[in-house]
Design a protein around this ligand. Structure first.
Ligand SMILES: NC(=O)c1ccc[n+]([C@@H]2O[C@H](COP(=O)([O-])OP(=O)(O)OC[C@H]3O[C@@H](n4cnc5c(N)ncnc54)[C@H](OP(=O)(O)O)[C@@H]3O)[C@@H](O)[C@H]2O)c1
Length: 351
């Protein structure tokens, strides 16, 4: 297969750097353009980006000159967007209009009826919405979105439990890593020795996004899942990896003991179309049996950062079951997720 030319918008940021790293040697995609703000435009990528990942900056990116983020300057079949919402709102449709498939991390278009909010291992079939999007908007490109990084692991775990037992209620408390706030993000004096019990706009996202992803695609629309959510979102002094403590109420609560729930999670597999893609999580869900796992520092790179890690499954005295879920926020919850979405789009012949 001829490599597909791809570009990264917001290439210098927290998520942008993950894209640069994950796209190094990608079997299908070749990075042809990197874009960022006026601050970086015209500089070599190695000068413009303050590289914060543990792995070295890939050689292919070092000498690439950072371009302005517009479709005249950046031409690629797939455009990965790691832009902030306000900027994404304006720029992403311009790229779709110019014929690019925009795989976005921003929340600007997640709520639109004709825009897929995708986790391929959960709702890969929702990618078909791009056909309706193209008809309705008259563009040859498209916009695909991935969810907020806290909704990500939570929704993967809920999908397995919903298929088996029917999820009715979810109470979730997050402990979210610093890289989720971008770079430079939260000031050190605010977060060292501290927990910040508020992340602007985050609770609303965690309360509605899983309902769209767990919904059924019917007559060209997503029928949202009938699940009640309550979320608390907190910033903690962890570099990468969002941990969420979850309690769930189930329809089939009589059959949902902790052992069967663990078995269901372990056996969960992505739909066939999303199972063998280059970025497919292997396995989709990993279940830890130790009493003190998952932990972000130890478990965030499970399945190269694409696997959702669940542990501490037990009975909940108020609802039915409770557990802990961990997911790497800039890999599965952002750049890796977008790349997985793009692979699904290609695999479904929708590029
Ligand atoms: N971090 C996560 O875990 C995570 C997870 C899921 C989703 N997201 C979403 O992903 C997006 C990026 O987040 P981030 O954490 O990577 O942010 P970030 O570290 O602040 O990076 C922002 C990037 O956008 C560029 N930029 C700023 N203004 C621009 C403009 N006017 N035109 C073009 N580029 C511009 C910046 O370039 P300069 O360096 O040149 O300023 C930088 O490359 C956000 O929408 C965020 O909500 C993040």
């Amino acid at each position: 297969m001829k490599p597909i030319p791809v570009a990264v918008l917001g290439a210098t940021g927290s998520v942008g750097q993950r894209f640069i790293s994950l796209l190094d040697g990608h079997p299908w995609f070749r990075v042809v353009a990197l874009a960022a703000s006026d601050r970086s435009v015209g500089q070599k990528y190695s000068d413009a980006a303050r590289w914060v990942l543990n792995e070295p900056m890939p050689d292919y990116a070092r000498d690439m000159v950072v371009l302005p983020a517009n479709p005249d300057s950046v031409q690629a079949q797939i455009v990965f967007s790691a832009l902030h919402n306000e900027i994404a709102k304006d720029l992403e449709p311009q790229f779709a209009q110019a014929g690019a498939a925009v795989c976005s991390n921003a929340s600007s278009y997640r709520r639109e009826e004709d825009v897929p909010l995708l986790l391929p291992e959960v709702n890969g079939e929702h990618v078909q919405l791009v056909k309706i999007q193209r008809q309705q908007r008259g563009w040859s490109g498209c916009i695909l979105t991935n969810p907020n990084c806290t909704s990500t692991g939570l929704t993967v775990a809920l999908k397995a439990l919903d298929d088996a037992f029917g999820v009715k209620k979810v109470f979730a408390v997050s402990m979210q890593a610093l890289s989720g706030a971008g770079y430079p993000g939260v000031p050190s004096l605010d977060i060292i020795d501290n927990v910040i019990p508020n992340i602007r706009g985050e609770e609303e996202k965690v309360e509605w996004e899983p309902r769209k992803m767990l919904g059924k695609l019917k007559d060209g629309k997503v029928d949202f899942a009938d699940i009640q959510f309550s979320a608390h979102t907190n910033r903690v002094a962890v570099t990468d990896g969002h941990t969420v403590c979850v309690s769930v109420g189930l329809s089939a609560s009589h059959s949902a003991d902790p052992e069967s729930a663990e078995a269901v999670l372990r056996a969960y597999a992505a739909p066939l179309s999303a199972r063998e893609l280059p970025s497919s999580p292997r396995p989709a869900i990993s279940v830890r049996s130790e009493p003190d796992r998952p932990q972000p520092r130890l478990d965030r790179f499970t399945g190269k950062g694409m696997t959702t890690v669940v542990g501490r499954m037990r009975r909940d005295p108020i609802l039915d079951l409770k557990f802990v879920v961990l997911s790497h926020n800039t890999i599965r919850g952002a750049a890796g997720g977008s790349i997985y979405n793009a692979e699904l789009l290609v695999n479904e012949n929708l590029l």
